[in-house]
Ligand binder design. Structure first.
Ligand SMILES: Cc1cc2nc3c(=O)[nH]c(=O)nc-3n(C[C@H](O)[C@H](O)[C@H](O)COP(=O)(O)OP(=O)(O)OC[C@H]3O[C@@H](n4cnc5c(N)ncnc54)[C@H](O)[C@@H]3O)c2cc1C
Ligand code: SF4
Length: 331
């Protein structure tokens, strides 16, 4: 399906990008930000977005690269997933992130796709990520052009699932993000970026850009693992995913963090892991309890081709396996 007509804007620096976004924002039809384009462009072909302007960030070189700072590590929003996957410093100090990045799509897509695009990724649903003709034949839905939800009929909320691989890893690492606009920059925890509502899933104004991701020093050195369920092993979005990061000292687990994705409208950090590790449980008991907590946090619905029951069960299985493997390796 061809694209609807749009005007391509190519700023050559961050201040120009922000100024362009600020003025284009006042137009009748919206502007869409393009980073690697690996999610936006297929969605534009499906007429999920028909912007008047597309703001291409690829010449904004300030937003590229991984740097060490006093606070920890800073990653530019335009850094490709391939660069993250191969970054020596990230692999050494934040392995859960490189593992998660390595599972995104395929090598070709990771060469183009960026971490900023992965964080801002649109939520997904079987009834939404379809061609215009397909969606029209079903009477559309709340997320785009309609007023009913096929997944939870009778309700007024959209439950499309957030399906990015790196955000659960970033949540485990206590990542913060920087957002810039013509009024200045603001910094928030990644956890506060998502709303948990499928059709309005992120707290980003039309005139704002995600510029940097900050990984703090206090989670550097945590061991990590990422597991995902997908239909095509070689190239696919997660239908359930878990990230685990763990800090050990003198053989004891000091901190265990679990992030889940693709089973709720937002990536989520599993709550309650503190009490689990404080009561002196064995590694097997910790893995079992963590798996239970993660499965209870997951609330998948029929937004994908696999059943909610199976996806939830796989959250349990992956969590148990990943926690067991990390605790065994750290011994
Ligand atoms: C076949 C296929 C398989 C895929 N499999 C996976 C997968 O397994 N896991 C996965 O996580 N993803 C997957 N993806 C989706 C996508 O490739 C990745 O999520 C990628 O990281 C998106 O980054 P991008 O730079 O290409 O984003 P874009 O497509 O350019 O943008 C995505 C969204 O983010 C917004 N955006 C991007 N950067 C910024 C910024 N700096 N500030 C504000 N808004 C911004 C855009 O406006 C858009 O809404 C797949 C895509 C395809 C086509
Ligand atoms: S969850 Fe409902 S409203 Fe949201 S995209 Fe799916 S069918 Fe549409």
């Amino acid at each position: 399906m061809p694209f609807s007509e749009f005007q391509l804007l190519r700023p050559r620096g961050l201040s120009e990008a922000i100024a362009v976004l600020d003025s284009a924002d006042k137009s009748v039809r919206a502007t869409r930000v393009l980073a690697g384009g690996t999610d936006l462009l297929p969605s534009m072909r499906q007429k999920l977005f028909e912007p008047e302007y597309v703001l291409d960030l690829r010449l904004v070189h300030e937003l590229k690269g991984v740097r060490e700072t006093e606070e920890g590590i800073e990653i530019g929003a335009l850094t490709t997933l391939r660069e993250i996957e191969h970054s020596q410093i990230l692999r050494e100090f934040y392995p859960v992130l490189t593992e998660a990045a390595r599972t995104v799509a395929s090598p070709v897509i990771r060469n183009m796709g960026t971490i900023g695009g992965n964080i801002c990724l649109d939520t997904r649903c079987l009834w939404y990520n379809q061609s215009l003709a397909w969606r029209k034949s079903c009477g559309f839905c709340i997320k785009k052009d309609g007023d009913l939800c096929h997944v939870a009929p009778g309700g007024s909320k959209c439950w499309a699932a957030f399906s990015g691989d790196t955000p659960p890893a970033l949540l485990c690492l206590n990542a913060e993000i920087e957002i810039a606009s013509s009024s200045g920059t603001r910094r928030i925890t990644l956890r506060d970026f998502y709303t948990g509502i499928g059709d309005n899933y992120r707290k980003l104004q039309p005139n704002e850009l995600l510029t940097r991701i900050i990984l703090p020093r206090n989670t550097a050195g945590y061991s990590g693992a990422y597991r995902k369920l997908r239909i095509r092993g070689s190239i696919d979005y997660p239908l359930a995913g878990i990230a685990v990061a763990c800090q050990r000292s003198n053989g004891c687990v000091k901190d265990l963090r679990i992030g889940i994705t693709a089973v709720n409208p937002a990536p989520m950090l599993v709550q309650g892991t503190d009490s689990m590790i404080r009561n002196g449980s064995s590694p097997e008991q910790v893995a079992e309890a963590a798996a239970d907590l993660a499965a209870r946090t997951a609330k998948p619905l029929t937004t994908s081709a696999l059943t909610p029951e199976y996806r939830r069960e796989m959250i349990r299985v992956f969590t148990r396996r990943a926690v067991s493997a990390l605790l065994a390796a750290d011994n």
